[in-house]
Design a protein around this ligand. Structure first.
Ligand code: EPZ
Length: 430
C-alpha cells in the first residue's frame, strides 16, 4: 500500500508553479466532443481524474495524442455514439459532463451516474431538469444509468434553484448546438465555468455572460476545433497558499490568476498571513509565527470556495483562539475532522458548522485521506505537525494534485511516497 510520509515542522520556502485547473479541464475535455474536430489543449493537469476522462474519450473513438507534458491533440471527428458504463464513470464526479456533451452532439446520451468525493447526497436533479427544459426526455434509470434523448434541442429560460457548477456547465454543453437561445439564471460563476465558455467560444459557440449569474447561449449550427490553454487551478494555488501560511513559510506561486484567489487571500490575511501580488502576476504568501483564529463561511464563487474548507480548517486547528467554519454548500463535508483529531486537533462538528479551538501544535500520526481536498488538508496538517505523519488512501490526493510530493519537497518539506506491505490479517492467537 502506498502512503505519503511527512516529517513535519519545516517552513515551506521557495517557488511553486501551479498546474492547469482540474475542474476546468474536466469540463473542457468532454466538450471537445461538440467540436467534432481537432483541438489542441494546453496546461492540462497531469492528474488521475484527467487520465480517466481521456480514457473515456478514447473508448468513444476520439484520437488523443500527447504533444508534451500537459499538451494534447484531441480529435473527436470519428467519435461514435455509445453508452458510457459505470465502470468508467464511477471514478470521478466530472464524468457527468459526458451527458451534456453526448446529448448536445448526438441528441442522445446514456451515461452511468458519476462517482466523486463523498460529502453526503450529491444528486444531479438540476442537470436533469436543465436537459428537460431544453426539450429532452431525461431520466435516471433504476440501474443508475442517466438516459437523455431529444429529436431536437430547443433553447429555453432555465432558473437554477441552487447555484450548481456541474449543472450550469452541463446545460451550456447541451445548449451550444440547440435551436434558439438558452438563458441560465442563477448560474454558477466559478472561474472554470468561464473557462469552459471561453473554450466553446473559441470553437465557434455564441455564449455571453459566463462569470455572471445570467448566461445566454445562442445555439449555432456547428462548432470547429481550436487551440486552447486551460486556466491555472484556483484550488491547487489556494492549497499551497494555506500550506505556506500554516508552516510560517514564504512561497512564491507562479502561473496563477490573482483575481481567482481573492477570497482565499482575504481569509489568509484574516489569519495573519501576508499576501502580495507581484507585477509579473506571481503571488507571494508569507506566514506569521502566530496564526489568528477567524470565521469561515463557504459560498459559491466569488465567496470562499468549499473546496478550500478542509485546508483552512487544518491551518486554524493551531491558530490562537476559536474559529467557526460554516459549510453552506454540502451536507457532510467534515468527515476529515476525525483524522485531524487523531493529531490532537480540538474540533467539534454539529451538522454544517465546525468549532475549532486552536491547540499549541499537532502531533504526527497515521491518518487517512477521506476525499480529495480532505487529503490536501492532511498534507497541510502533516507539514505543520511535530513528528511523523503517515497518510493512507493517497489515491484521493492524486485525483487532483499534480506532482504534489515533488512540489512540496522542492519547497523544503520532508515528504516522500513510501510503499508499505499490505497490512496482514490479524495474526492467529496460537
Ligand atoms: C463541482 O462539483 C466540483 N467538481 C466540486 O469540486 C466543487 O466542490 C463543487 O463544484 C462546488 O464548487 C467538479 O467540478 C468536477 P455543485 P458539483 O453542483 O458540480 C447540490 C473538488 O474537490 N446539487 O456546484 O457536484 C449539491 O449536492 C470537487 O474538486 C443538487 O442538489 O457541485 C451541492 O450541495 C469536490 N442537485 C450543491 O448543489 C444537482 O443537480 C453544489 O453542487 C447538483 C448539485
Amino acid at each position: 500500500m502506498e502512503k505519503i510520509v511527512i516529517e513535519g515542522g519545516r517552513k515551506l520556502v521557495g517557488e511553486v508553479t501551479i498546474g492547469g485547473a482540474k475542474n476546468a479541464a474536466l469540463a473542457i475535455l468532454p466538450a471537445t466532443i461538440l467540436a467534432g474536430d481537432l483541438c489542441r489543449i494546453e496546461n492540462v493537469p497531469e492528474i488521475s481524474d484527467v487520465t480517466m476522462i481521456f480514457h473515456i474519450l478514447k473508448q468513444l473513438g476520439a484520437e488523443v495524442k500527447l504533444i508534451k507534458p500537459g499538451s494534447y491533440e484531441i480529435n473527436t471527428k470519428n467519435i461514435v455514439w455509445q453508452e458510457i458504463s459505470h465502470e468508467l464513470t464511477r471514478h470521478l464526479r466530472g464524468s457527468y459532463y459526458f451527458v451534456g456533451a453526448m446529448l448536445g452532439r448526438f441528441g442522445r446520451a446514456r451515461v452511468a451516474m458519476p462517482g466523486g468525493c463523498d460529502f453526503g447526497a450529491r444528486p444531479i436533479d438540476l442537470h436533469i431538469r436543465g436537459f428537460e427544459a431544453l426539450g429532452a426526455d431525461a431520466t435516471i434509470e433504476a440501474n443508475a444509468m442517466v438516459d437523455a434523448r431529444a429529436d431536437s434541442l430547443q433553447g429555453s429560460l432555465i432558473y437554477m434553484d441552487l447555484v450548481s457548477v456541474g449543472a450550469t456547465a452541463n446545460i451550456i454543453l447541451a445548449s451550444v448546438l440547440a435551436e434558439g437561445t438558452t438563458t441560465i439564471e442563477n448560474a454558477a460563476r466559478e472561474p472554470h465555468i468561464v473557462d469552459l465558455a471561453n473554450f466553446l467560444i473559441q470553437c465557434g459557440a455564441d455564449i455571453r455572460g459566463a462569470g455572471t449569474d445570467v448566461i445566454k447561449i445562442h445555439g449555432v449550427k456547428s462548432l470547429h476545433g481550436c487551440d486552447y490553454s486551460v486556466i491555472p487551478d484556483q484550488i491547487e494555488a489556494g492549497t499551497y497558499m494555506v500550506a505556506a501560511a500554516a508552516t510560517s513559510g514564504k512561497v512564491v506561486l507562479k502561473n496563477v490568476i490573482y483575481k481567482h484567489l481573492e477570497s482565499i487571500a482575504a481569509k489568509l490575511r484574516d489569519c495573519g498571513a501576508e499576501i502580495i501580488e507581484n507585477e509579473d502576476g506571481s503571488v507571494v504568501v508569507e506566514g506569521s509565527a502566530a496564526l489568528c483564529s477567524c470565521k469561515v463561511k463557504t459560498l459559491p464563487h466569488p465567496g470562499f470556495p468549499t473546496d478550500m474548507q478542509p485546508q483552512i480548517t487544518a491551518l486554524l486547528s493551531v491558530a490562537d483562539g476559536t474559529s467557526i467554519i460554516s459549510e453552506t454548500v454540502y451536507d457532510n463535508r467534515f468527515r476529515y475532522v476525525e483524522q485531524l483529531s487523531r493529531m490532537g486537533a480540538d474540533i467539534s462538528v454539529n451538522g454544517k458548522i465546525a468549532v475549532v479551538v486552536g491547540v499549541e501544535r499537532l502531533m504526527g500520526a497515521p491518518i487517512k485521506a477521506v476525499d480529495l481536498r480532505a487529503g490536501a488538508a492532511m498534507l497541510i496538517a502533516g507539514l505543520m505537525a511535530e513528528g511523523v505523519t503517515e497518510i493512507e488512501d493517497i489515491e484521493h490526493i492524486d485525483r487532483g494534485y499534480e506532482d504534489v510530493v515533488k512540489k512540496l519537497s522542492r519547497l523544503g518539506a520532508n515528504i516522500k511516497r513510501v510503499n508499505f506491505p499490505e497490512p496482514n490479517t490479524i495474526p492467529s492467537a496460537v
